[in-house]
Design a protein around this ligand. Structure first.
Ligand code: ADP
Ligand code: NI
Length: 219
């Protein structure tokens, strides 16, 4: 199998798994993360492109938010990867990335260090949480879970644990920007992603300033 054949199979597997998510983790998110990861990896020739793109396609497939039984989902992914000719050590690397890249692991300080391929996929996933796309995903997610859009009386929370992050009582969509989205720029691993994050950060800052001005009938 050529590299292109393997990636086409991985793409198809991911699409079948991600298809109908309604929390902002659908296949459109996956395709953007793959596109960004593939763009970033070109700037790091020492990174393995097939591992990077494969991890990008699969990064949400075994997420606790999306599947009821993560152990069974993991088994399925392992079996699939072996069928595509990935070695045991490559499969371990892909799982190390999937198991340790998510934001809540970082919050709890339990994440293991990521290889360069994982740093790239994590950056691509975080880039897709900010900027214009990030704004739309936060609103979509907040609407799905019944958050208020804004309440000036509710202060953003600081230094949250994973449990607090997932507790959406009293959470507002606008506060989510201060609690998480505006902090992502400085958490980027690669300088290539930091550069892209600068512009997306400004898009969010402009949105928040405009939103508050309109809220207060000042714009
Ligand atoms: P990860 O799987 O990387 O840990 P999350 O599930 O925390 O990511 O976030 C996925 C998407 O949902 C992101 O775009 C994020 O900003 C958005 N999101 C997460 N929590 C909230 C929230 N409380 N309000 C609005 N959007 C949220
Ligand atoms: Ni993701």
């Amino acid at each position: 199998m050529t590299e292109a054949d393997v990636l086409a199979a991985v793409r198809q597997f991911s699409q079948a798994k991600m298809g109908d998510d309604e929390t902002g983790h659908g296949f459109d998110h996956i395709q953007r993360v793959v596109g960004l990861a593939d763009r970033l990896v070109k700037q790091y020739p020492e990174a393995d492109r097939v591992l990077t793109v494969t991890a990008a396609y699969l990064h949400d497939v075994i997420d606790e938010k999306l599947v009821a039984d993560t152990a069974q989902a993991s088994q399925e992914v392992r079996y699939f990867l072996a069928q595509q000719g990935f070695t045991t050590s490559q499969i371990e690397t892909i799982f190390l990335i999937m198991d340790n890249m998510s934001y809540h692991k970082t919050l709890d300080g339990t994440a293991k260090p990521l290889p360069l391929e994982g740093k790239i996929v994590q950056d691509a996933d975080r880039l897709d949480a900010i900027g214009a796309i990030g704004i739309s995903r936060a609103i979509y997610f907040g609407g799905h879970f019944g958050e208020k859009i804004y309440d000036p009386a509710v202060q953003p929370r600081t230094a949250m644990t994973h449990a607090e992050y997932r507790n959406l009582n009293n959470e507002t969509i606008i506060n989510h920007f201060y609690e998480k989205l505006l902090t992502l720029k400085d958490l980027m691993n690669t300088t290539a992603a930091k550069d892209l994050a600068e512009h997306r950060q400004q898009v969010m800052l402009d949105f928040l300033a405009e939103y508050k001005a309109e809220w207060n009938a000042k714009a």
